[in-house]
Design a binder for this molecule. Structure first.
Ligand SMILES: *[C@@H]1O[C@H](CO)[C@@H](O)[C@H](O)[C@H]1NC(C)=O
Ligand SMILES: *[C@@H]1O[C@H](CO)[C@@H](O)[C@H](O)[C@H]1NC(C)=O
Ligand SMILES: *[C@@H]1O[C@H](CO)[C@@H](O)[C@H](O)[C@H]1NC(C)=O
Length: 360
């Protein structure tokens, strides 16, 4: 019996040791039966998802640029799932044609439905070296059931910084979050560049996220949340990132009406923030208001700055704002690793912060 099972296993592995090639959506069904898949340049027809549901251990090689057709619909544009997947973008571009959708209103309103996310990733393994151009709205939604490393991704929605004929003078792109994370297993995002109009990364729930050596510009910064009832965020490392321009550098936002949940074990080290227009760091329990009446249903603890984090803040901009609810920020937070130059007065209502002084 054992030998027979082994033979069956070997035969089935051999049967999948083929190389599939995709040059249109009609090639997908046959190609995903192979554990090596080469993808050539093609246009995904408007209104359809390019879905790769992969066998464990599959390697995907992108060999040309992929363009997504234009249509008002819910999306997603691309969806990939499977365990132990090696995804090589080889520097090619996935083009979402965002300029067709952008009307300054983002994902929740407007006459045009923006397909989102552009990239739905439910793989483990590695996902690397891809450029994302002009996403209609949110870019990556990541939910990995086993360890995943995402690296060397460039998200370029910078064209959306400009107003267009539909955006009434506002930046045309909106809600173009770089990475929306709700992971179930360790996730590392490293060496990526995000140019957009919303969060660089938003960690909504999950444990064991490492966001390392990334460059964020133009958006709302590196965010935890918005954390709502029941959400638990823990063991997050945010290291050696550079945030230039945009509204905020670093942010933790919890929903004012949340009745349970927690954010704990958040460690910032080696990050640099400059050129922001609202806050260097904003920890706010009044979301969706900004520095409104905070709720206290989400417990915040062990939020620390180690090493050297450097904020260079323009005059009139608040370097650090902390708006905790009654009793919901807990324990000592060591901020000895946070150095601020410039800016207006800080707005901090939590007495448990140690080691931090405005003059650094
Ligand atoms: C992952 O897939 C590779 C092939 O890409 C294979 O060599 C390796 O054994 C797999 N690892 C696990 C843990 O399944
Ligand atoms: C925290 O996350 C890191 C990276 O994912 C992981 O290696 C480590 O085991 C986690 N630690 C705890 C206490 O969960
Ligand atoms: C939240 O505020 C209410 C009302 O003031 C208080 O009874 C409760 O203990 C507070 N929760 C925490 C975690 O301190």
């Amino acid at each position: 019996m054992f030998t027979q099972a082994l033979v069956v296993a070997l035969v089935s592995t051999a049967a999948h040791a083929c190389t599939g090639t995709i040059s249109s959506l009609t090639d997908v069904a046959a190609a995903v039966l192979c554990t090596t898949i080469n993808i050539n340049s093609f246009t995904v027809p408007a209104g359809q998802t390019f879905t790769l549901a992969l066998l464990a251990g599959t390697t995907v090689n992108i060999l040309g640029d992929i363009t997504f057709g234009e249509k008002s619909w819910a999306g997603p544009l691309f969806s990939i799932s499977g365990s132990n997947i090696t995804f090589n973008g080889n520097g090619h571009t996935f083009n979402g044609n965002g300029q067709f959708y952008w009307d300054g209103k983002g994902s929740s309103s407007g006459a045009i439905t923006k397909p989102r996310p552009m990239m739905k990733v439910k793989t483990s393994g590695t996902f690397t070296n891809l450029k994302i151009l002009n996403s209609p709205a949110q870019v990556f939604s990541v939910d990995n059931a086993a360890p995943l490393t995402i690296s060397a991704i460039t998200i370029d929605d910078s064209l959306g910084d400009q107003p267009n004929s539909m955006s009434a003078g506002q930046p045309a792109g909106a809600n173009t979050d770089g990475f929306d994370v709700g992971n179930q297993a360790p996730l590392t995002i490293t060496g990526c560049t995000v140019m957009n109009q919303d969060d660089c990364i938003a960690i909504n729930s999950g444990a064991g996220v490492s966001f390392l050596n990334n460059h964020c510009s133009g958006g709302h910064g590196i965010s935890i949340g918005s954390v709502d009832t029941g959400d638990v965020v823990s063991n997050i490392t945010i290291s050696n990132n550079v945030v230039t321009s945009g509204a905020n550098g670093l942010r933790i936002k919890t929903v004012a009406t949340a009745t349970s949940g927690s954010v704990s074990g958040i460690t910032y080290s080696g990050n640099t923030v400059s050129g922001v227009t609202k806050f260097g760091l904003l920890i706010d329990q009044s979301y969706p208001a900004t520095l409104g009446t905070p709720g206290n249903g989400t417990i915040l603890s062990a939020i620390n700055f180690v090493g050297t984090n450097t904020f260079t803040i323009a005059s009139g901009v608040v370097p650090v704002a902390v708006n905790c609810g009654s009793g919901s920020c807990q324990g000592a937070w060591n901020w000895a690793g946070l150095k601020v130059t410039g800016g207006a007065a800080n707005k901090i209502n939590y007495a448990g912060i140690t080691g931090f002084s405005l003059s650094g």
